[in-house]
Design a protein around this ligand. Structure first.
Ligand code: NDP
Ligand code: HEM
Length: 498
């Protein structure tokens, strides 16, 4: 006998064949006692789990963060404790609206998630390739996502729904401008920035709190496809990101991002003319300069896609001592939503799957049974399945990791934004000051293609939003829509050769 591995059942019994059903006679029907055939077919029927309700299509890699600058004056998190320190990372990038089989090179915002396996637990940075978001209140998130998904009658994506919603939602115009700009179709995840987008908090060893925004600056340079380039590419392959990313890492070309932060002292938030907890706004780089933290390098393809990328469960609720939340309403909504999604999509003990295990931390908790209870109790003592208890070895809470108290005051109410005109200021800066003429031209034409199928009333409502950003923006998109319509009617009039 060689050292050839023997095929077995899942219960470990050696299998005589993996090809021939047990039949009554050479041509006869299958016997029910061929349990391994039933097992094989039954497993196939259970190979799929629900796809993510958003961000279903994704690509991932393993890597590390190396700290290059001391920021311990802002955060006591151990991940930042010394220059040169490295921490393992699992990344997942994604498109927002596409389903699992969607083409990679579609125009969409890209998800940008890092799971840092720190020695004080997993810290998940679940961001996007854009610094802002479409809406600022979690009440609006499910409605927004419905406009991105299939129409209930046609079962098609609906530009009418998208622009109808955005036109009633001027806070969206900042993010929609980025989406329709060159950055709306990165050539692959290795050519885009990442942003935590929300304002988070950090606190240092002295208990001082800071408000912080996280940035991940791409080191390979920004690269994007035009609509036409993307259409041609999708005609050839729908999996261009997976191919590019997997092959780059396989060939040793490891993509990198410089991690940077913007920092605001806690008290300053109350003195500002704008709301620093509004995820539809950035903090100006001039007022809050970027501070270097470290370098993220992705250098390993996961040994199994499903096990590490599909099973990855990212959640903004996963923070570690020294990193915390902020009053941002959207962030507060997300703190509930993700773990709830994971319990539904993956199961009760999803944090114990290899992708999600806090493998560099000493993990102890009292959650007891339920589906996926495939690991021994982690309470420190076999009889300690409740707390408080008499057992010295059992896990106890550590008050030294408590966040400094946060003063919150104000009347409980449902507030409108103080200054709706503020929604136009930052998209105006992006349009008029950051973009050049060529970029503005492509923005006009990309937006015209996207809104071309909309009704005139939706178009007019959206033009009114663009006008408030900048009159040239409205004029440029209006002209591009009209040019497109004329181009279509010229084509329609062209005699068809038979
Ligand atoms: P800066 O001139 O300091 O920064 C402009 C930023 O815009 C750069 O970070 C650049 O990214 C980014 N950028 C360039 N083209 C695009 C695009 N098509 N879509 C999105 N971002 C792009 O200006 P301010 O900080 O004063 O901000 C001005 C405007 O820039 C903001 O209103 C906002 O719209 C946009 N912006 C600001 C960011 C911030 O955190 N302050 C972050 C991203 C955008 P890079 O350096 O990587 O090329
Ligand atoms: C995925 C909810 C806003 C980035 C998801 C998922 C849900 C969700 C339920 C699927 C999780 C899963 O099944 O694994 C929400 C809600 C939001 C919100 C309720 C607002 C209230 C945002 C914002 C960002 C963002 C503002 C970025 C700044 C992502 C990313 C993923 C994701 C990157 C994919 C994570 C992965 O790769 O697995 N979101 N989201 N979301 N969301 Fe959000």
């Amino acid at each position: 006998m060689t050292d050839q591995k023997r095929l077995t059942t899942t219960a470990g019994a050696p299998m005589p064949t993996n090809e021939h059903s047990l039949t009554a006679g050479n041509r006869g029907p299958v016997l029910m006692q061929d349990y391994q055939l039933i097992e094989k077919l039954a497993h196939q029927n259970r190979e799929r789990i629900p796809e993510r309700v958003v961000h279903a299509k994704g690509w991932g890699a393993k890597g590390k963060l190396t700290i290059t600058n001391d920021i311990s004056m802002y955060s006591r998190a151990k991940i930042f404790s010394e220059v040169g320190k490295t921490t393992e990372v699992l990344s997942r990038w994604s498109t927002v609206a596409g389903e699992l089989g969607a083409a990679d090179a579609e125009r969409d915002v890209r998800g940008f998630s890092f799971k840092f396996y720190t020695e004080e637990g997993n810290w998940d940075m679940v961001g996007n390739n854009t610094p802002v978001f479409f809406v600022r209140d979690p009440y609006k998130f499910p409605d927004f996502i419905r406009t991105q998904k299939r129409h209930p009658v046609t079962n098609l994506r609906s530009p009418e729904a998208m622009f109808d919603f955005w036109a009633a939602q001027p806070e969206s115009v900042h993010q929609v401008t980025i989406l329709m700009s060159d950055r709306g179709i990165p050539t692959n995840p290795m050519h885009m920035n990442g942003y935590g987008s929300h304002t988070f908090s950090t606190w240092n060893a002295a208990g001082e709190r800071f408000w912080v925004k996280f940035h991940f600056k791409v080191q390979q340079g920004h690269k994007h496809y035009t609509n036409q380039e993307a259409e041609t590419l999708i005609g050839k392959t729908r999996e261009s990101y997976q191919e590019d990313l997997y092959n780059a890492i396989d060939e040793g070309n490891f993509p990198k991002w410089k991690m940077m932060i913007q920092v605001m002292p806690e008290e300053e938030a109350a003195t500002l003319p704008f709301n620093p907890f509004d995820v539809t706004k950035v903090w100006s780089h001039k007022d809050y300069p970027l501070i270097e933290v470290g370098m993220v390098e992705m250098n390993e393809n996961p040994e199994n896609y499903f096990m590490y990328v599909e099973n990855a469960a990212y959640s903004p609720s996963n923070v570690v001592p020294g990193i915390g939340f902020s009053p941002d309403k959207m962030l507060q909504g997300r703190i509930f939503s993700y773990a709830d999604a994971h319990r539904y999509r993956l199961g009760t003990h999803y944090e114990q799957l290899p992708a999600n295990q806090a493998k560099n931390a000493d993990v102890n908790f009292y959650h007891k049974d339920g589906s996926m209870r495939f690991f021994p109790p982690k309470t420190g003592h076999v009889d300690a399945y409740y707390e408080p208890n008499q057992y010295a070895e059992s896990a106890k809470a550590d008050p030294s990791v408590a966040e400094p108290p946060l003063k919150i005051d104000g009347d409980a109410a449902r507030y409108d934004p103080a200054d709706p005109d503020a929604d136009y200021v930052q998209p105006r800066a992006l349009y008029a000051e950051v973009m050049n003429d060529e970029e503005r031209g492509r923005l006009h034409s990309n937006m015209a293609s996207a809104m071309g199928p909309c009704s005139d009333s939706v178009k007019e409502r959206w033009y009114a939003v663009l006008r408030k950003v900048h009159p040239d923006y409205e004029a440029g998109v209006r002209k591009a829509v009209e040019d497109d319509v004329n181009a279509i009617s010229v084509t329609d009039d062209t005699p068809v050769e038979v």
